[in-house]
Design a protein around this ligand. Structure first.
Ligand code: ZN
Length: 198
């Protein structure tokens, strides 16, 4: 038996498909949305559509941004010869929050995971190798310490080694399997400062 009307069920279903939202939260959110004034619902829907339509990859580091080049890449005071490789834009934001990192980034948008069929061709690796044709002193690999993150780090290190560019890995002070975005700034800085050559 269907508990709610078709429209409500559809809304609950879509919300429940979002990460971190279980069926109970999805129901709560659905009823909250339905009870919201029409103009607020319109505004929320518009913000979502506009974000989707206007956000793109930075043409240098591939982070998500509003412009062709993100603020970090556009900043001439940053060290463009130092590139930190992260899995996603949220990880980049975590390092930016420390205010101590002076280099630039490269965002992979994922990690290699043979288990779920994500190979090197599915993340922004080719784009990284293209960037390395330029003048680069060091690549810091700051992928997560999960199995996928470590696999990706090893793979990238093997790719870069023959180019002679220095490759380092952030220290393992970062908890295993921990998402970088949840780690406090002191731990992140320690991991960065304690990086070792691969
Ligand atoms: Zn950028």
């Amino acid at each position: 038996m269907e508990l709610y009307s078709g429209h409500i069920n559809k809304l609950i279903e879509e919300l429940a498909a979002l990460p971190g939202i279980g069926s109970k939260s999805a129901q709560r959110l659905a009823f909250h949305l339905i009870n919201m004034p029409q103009d607020k619902v319109n505004r929320l829907a518009n913000v979502m559509m506009e974000a989707k339509a206007n956000i793109r990859y930075c043409k240098e580091c591939y982070t998500l941004t509003d412009k062709d080049t993100c603020p970090v890449c556009a900043n001439e005071r940053r060290n463009h010869k130092l590139i930190m490789v992260v899995e996603n834009t949220r990880d980049l934001a975590a390092y930016e929050k420390t205010n101590k990192y002076e280099g630039v980034y490269h965002v992979l948008h994922g990690a290699i995971s043979p288990m779920i069929g994500i190979g090197p061709g599915d993340i922004k690796l080719k784009e990284l190798m293209e960037r390395l044709q330029g003048d680069v002193d060091e690549v810091i690999i700051a992928t997560n310490s999960s199995l996928e993150g470590e696999t990706t780090a090893m793979y990238i290190s093997k790719l870069i080694k023959p180019t002679g560019i220095k490759v380092t890995r952030i220290a393992s002070g970062v908890p295993v399997g921990g998402d970088l975005e949840y780690i406090d700034e002191v731990t992140l800085l320690r991991a960065l400062e304690g990086r070792v050559e691969m």
